[in-house]
Design a protein around this ligand. Structure first.
Ligand code: HPA
Length: 272
């Protein structure tokens, strides 16, 4: 069975479990998975129960698809994502995005935990992604192109929709937040960056750094979806503060701002 048919089969399996097809998808980053629990009239599908669906083993990532409503709109929430640093290839890392695309999702909200490279940021801030720089050393579209998904050479001149960025900005103000905007740089990981690498990233225009999101954004655009990216600045990047980085801090910060995060996402969904 080829990759497209596997994705199709997974999407069909999801569809058979739900009443209304979601037009909005959201990938929940490290520590932000609790949002899935706030959906009303929810159907929960553990990844392991869905055909061909890859399962991530990273702590802090749940591994379930939850479809339910947010302010009356049907939303597909992915709690748990696969990362390149786990050793997966692009097709595996972006399988869930492909499946939601075939299911009918048109708007994809990608969220992540990220390190703050811009020293003007504070820990716990929610940054709207204006654009990205892919330093993962690979691209999820490497390999034969399947035209049923999208073109061989997809345009990336507006990966993160200007329209959705305006909506996110407005949603932020509605809940009393002025959200910073910036450039997200994706590295392969899983080691955190060195202080020298962070100085380099700042030089090339980075505001935040992480190990996810970019493959998903590329694939979502390949399929013609509209993309919004939101980074939770869970920590200042290496060398900014005189202390080491650790995953526990990343998780703790994301959990601390989950109320704000939920309010923001709900407000965004309402305006879509
Ligand atoms: N670097 C890379 N990825 C991250 C970081 C970081 O500082 N924080 C959360 N994810």
């Amino acid at each position: 069975m080829d990759y497209y048919d596997k994705v199709r089969e997974a999407a069909d399996a999801v569809r058979s479990e739900i009443r209304d097809v979601p037009q909005i998808g959201i990938v929940l980053g490290s520590g932000l998975g609790d949002f899935a629990g706030t959906l009303a009239d929810a159907v929960t599908m553990p990844y392991g129960d869905l055909p061909h669906w890859p399962v991530s083993r990273v702590i802090g990532h749940d591994g379930k698809l939850v479809i339910g409503t947010v302010r009356g709109r049907t939303v597909a929430a992915l709690a748990g994502r696969c990362h390149m640093y786990e050793g997966h290839g692009g097709p595996t890392v972006t399988f869930a995005i492909r499946a939601l695309g075939l299911l009918g999702v048109r708007t994809m909200i990608l969220t992540n935990a990220a390190g703050g490279v811009n020293t003007g940021f504070s820990q716990g801030a929610l940054m709207i992604i204006d654009d990205h720089i892919n330093l993962m050393g690979t691209n999820p579209l490497v390999g034969a192109n399947d035209d049923r998904f999208g073109p061989r050479f997809p345009d990336m001149s507006e990966v993160y929709s200007a329209r959705l960025r305006r909506i996110a900005d407005k949603a932020g103000r509605a809940i009393g937040l002025r959200l910073p905007r910036g450039i997200y740089v994706a590295l392969l990981g899983p080691s955190y960056e060195t202080p020298a690498e962070i100085r380099y990233l700042r030089t090339i225009g980075a505001d935040a750094v992480g190990m996810s999101t970019v493959p998903e954004a590329i694939v979502a655009r390949h399929m013609g979806m509209e993309v919004l990216g939101v980074s939770c600045i869970t920590n200042m990047a290496a060398g900014v503060l005189p202390k080491p980085l650790d995953h526990a801090e990343v998780m703790a910060t994301a959990r601390r701002i989950r109320g704000q995060f939920s309010a923001l996402v709900e407000n965004i969904v309402e305006q879509l």
